[in-house]
Design a protein around this ligand. Structure first.
Ligand SMILES: Cc1cc2nc3c(=O)[nH]c(=O)nc-3n(C[C@H](O)[C@H](O)[C@H](O)COP(=O)(O)O)c2cc1C
Length: 179
């Protein structure tokens, strides 16, 4: 078996002549745990936001974040228009908020901000007051590719909170770290 991948698994989906099936990719990604954040942008009734696992640092020096946003989501136009976003890193108590910002209750735009306390820092993007940490960014570049846009944000402010973080794996939320 020359091209058998060295992975201990029950299912092996190979990339031969046929393109990889998107369900297979989803299946692989469901096995990866990801830290959960809420990306916020806008002001007042023009606020929008989304739950993401794609937010991470591009580089530490210079301090730069990246997030991959669906171009058809309501958050990308707000990020583009206001030129800012905040990565609000969620904690153990934020599962309801994560669902709200994933659009699960049918809430849209500023309605998603209900039930939590918000402030602003440097960029003007909404900052979750009890976030485990919040990284405030000004948009530096946006790279549109396929269904998504990779947004690069120069870090202009950082708030450090308390508690352990929220991780998403296999369609479920898990608490990680200290209370
Ligand atoms: C745990 C989790 C992680 C997600 N990660 C992303 C992500 O990285 N990028 C993205 O565009 N959408 C992501 N989504 C989906 C968005 O939260 C969701 O599509 C969006 O909030 C729907 O907003 P809309 O009604 O404005 O389109 C994620 C959803 C969940 C539950």
């Amino acid at each position: 078996m020359p091209d058998q991948p060295h992975v201990h698994t029950d299912i092996v989906i190979r990339n031969g002549a046929d393109p990889v099936n998107s369900d297979a990719l989803k299946c692989a990604l469901r096995r990866m745990g990801g830290g959960v954040s809420v990306i916020t942008a806008g002001e007042g009734e023009e606020r929008a936001g989304a739950t993401v696992t794609s937010a991470t640092a591009l580089s530490i020096e210079p301090p730069c974040m990246l997030v991959s946003l669906n171009r058809s989501s309501s958050t990308w136009p707000a990020v583009a228009r206001f030129g800012h976003f905040c990565v609000n890193i969620l904690g153990h108590a934020h599962e309801i908020l994560a669902n709200q910002f994933a659009g699960r209750g049918g809430l849209k735009g500023a309605e998603r901000y209900r039930g939590a306390e918000w402030t602003q820092f440097i960029s003007g993007a909404p900052v979750l007051k009890d976030a485990v940490a919040a990284v405030d960014c000004k948009v530096e570049e946006a790279i549109e590719r396929y269904s998504h846009v990779i947004v690069l944000g120069r870090v202009v402010g950082i708030c450090i909170g308390n508690g352990g973080s929220l991780v998403y794996r296999g369609g479920r939320y898990f608490p990680l770290g200290e209370q």
